[in-house]
Design a binder for this molecule. Structure first.
Ligand code: NDP
Length: 312
C-alpha cells in the first residue's frame, strides 16, 4: 500500500516543497504518494503542516501516523483538541543557521554601538573612548533549546560571557546554565544583552514583566526573536522610558503584522523587524520531514516530538 503524504501547508509553499520532498525521498530510497489535496482523509498517512493552511480539524485523518510541522513554533497547532496524532515540530539546520546569524548580528550591533557611526555622520571626528570587547559584555539567552543553544555557542565563541536559562537544567561547555525561578533572577541580573528564544506557552506568556525588566542592569538591551507574547508590551515601553532598557530589537509581536499605529514603530528605542529572524529552509526541512516519514514507516521513534502538555 502506498504511503500517502498530504501537504497541508498552503498553495504558496507547495511547488517548492513538492520538488524538495520528492528529492529527499529519492535520496533515502523512499517511495511516497505526495499530494496537496486529501480527497480521502482516512487514507492519509502523514500530514505536512503549517498554520498558513486552512486545516484545523484533524478528526477525519484516522490513519495518520504523524503531523509534521514546517514551523519550529507550534503554539497554533499544539492546543488543537482535534489533534490526537503525534505532532513533530521543525528542527532544521538551515533555520538554526539563520537564527544564529540574525541574533549574532543584532548582539554585535548593540555591543559595538554601530548605530552611532551609521546614522551619525556629522563631520565630527569622535574618538573619545576605547572600543568595547565582547569579554566585558554579558549576554543572557532565555531558552536553551535548538536555537538558544546554537546562539549561545556562537556568541561564546566570540568571547561573550553567556548565561543560558531553561526549564530543565542543562550542561553546555562554556555556557553558564541556569534553571528555575531563582535561576531566572540571576540570569536577568547578568543580562547586559538579553535574547529571548523561548516558545510561546502558558508558562512563558508575559514572562518579561515589569518586575523582570527591573532585575536587568540599567541600560541593557533586549533582542526578541522568540514570540511577541513573551513580552509585556506596556512593561517594555515603561522600561525603555525609564532607561532600564536602552534599546529593544523585536522580530515577533502579539499581533502580526504589527499594526501601523503600534507605539513600537515610532519609538526611537525600538527596532522592528518583520518576523524574519529565521525561516525554515526548504531543502534541509524536506530532509527532516522525509526522515520522520521513514522513521514512522520503520517503527523507529519520531524526531522532535512535541510534548502537548508542555506546549512545545
Ligand atoms: P526548543 O523547543 O528546542 O527550545 C525551547 C527552550 O525553551 C528549551 O530550552 C526549553 O527548556 C525552554 N523553555 C520552554 N518553556 C520554558 C519555561 N517555562 N521556563 C524556562 N524555559 C523554558 O525550541 P527552539 O529553540 O527550536 O525554538 C524556540 C522558539 O523560537 C520557537 O518556539 C519559536 O517561538 C521561535 N522561533 C522564531 C523564529 C523567528 O523567525 N523569529 C523562527 C523559529 C523559531 P527545556 O530545554 O528545559 O525543555
Amino acid at each position: 500500500m502506498a504511503t500517502n503524504v498530504f501537504f497541508a501547508a498552503g498553495a504558496k509553499l507547495w511547488p517548492e516543497y513538492r520538488e524538495a520532498i520528492q528529492a529527499a525521498c529519492a535520496k533515502k530510497g523512499l517511495s511516497i504518494s505526495l499530494s496537496d489535496a486529501a480527497p480521502d482523509p482516512a487514507a492519509v498517512d502523514y500530514i505536512v503542516y503549517a498554520p498558513t493552511a486552512a486545516l484545523s480539524d484533524f478528526t477525519p485523518f484516522t490513519r495518520c501516523k504523524a503531523v509534521l510541522s514546517l514551523w519550529a513554533g507550534v503554539e497554533r497547532i499544539a492546543p488543537n483538541p482535534t489533534l490526537t496524532q503525534p505532532l513533530c515540530r521543525m528542527v532544521d539546520s538551515g533555520l538554526t543557521e539563520g537564527m544564529v546569524e540574525w541574533v549574532t548580528g543584532h548582539v554585535l550591533r548593540h555591543h559595538l554601538g554601530m548605530d552611532a557611526h551609521i546614522t551619525g555622520q556629522d563631520g565630527i571626528w569622535r574618538h573619545d573612548s576605547k572600543p568595547p570587547l565582547a569579554r566585558d559584555r554579558r549576554v543572557t539567552i532565555l531558552g536553551l533549546g535548538e536555537l538558544g543553544t546554537a546562539c549561545a555557542k556562537a556568541l561564546s565563541a566570540l568571547n561573550f560571557p553567556v548565561t543560558g536559562w531553561s526549564r530543565t537544567q542543562k550542561h553546555i561547555d562554556g555556557i553558564a546554565c541556569l534553571s528555575g525561578d531563582e535561576g531566572l533572577e540571576e540570569a536577568l541580573a547578568r543580562a547586559d544583552i538579553l535574547v529571548t528564544l523561548l516558545p510561546r506557552t502558558t508558562a512563558t506568556e508575559n514572562l518579561m514583566s515589569a518586575e523582570r525588566f527591573a532585575l536587568m542592569p540599567r541600560g541593557s538591551f533586549l533582542i526578541n526573536p522568540g514570540r511577541g507574547q513573551l513580552i509585556d508590551d506596556d512593561a517594555l515601553l515603561a522600561a525603555l522610558g525609564s532607561g532600564r532598557i536602552a534599546h529593544a530589537t523585536l522580530d515577533v509581536f502579539r499581533v502580526e503584522p504589527l499594526p501601523p499605529d503600534h507605539p513600537f514603530w515610532a519609538h526611537p528605542g525600538v527596532t522592528v523587524t518583520p518576523h524574519l529572524a529565521a525561516d525554515t529552509r526548504t531543502a534541509t526541512a524536506a530532509e527532516v520531514i522525509v526522515e520522520n516519514i521513514r522513521r514512522g514507516e520503520t517503527g523507529e521513534p519520531l524526531l522532535y516530538l512535541v510534548n502537548r502538555d508542555l506546549g512545545y
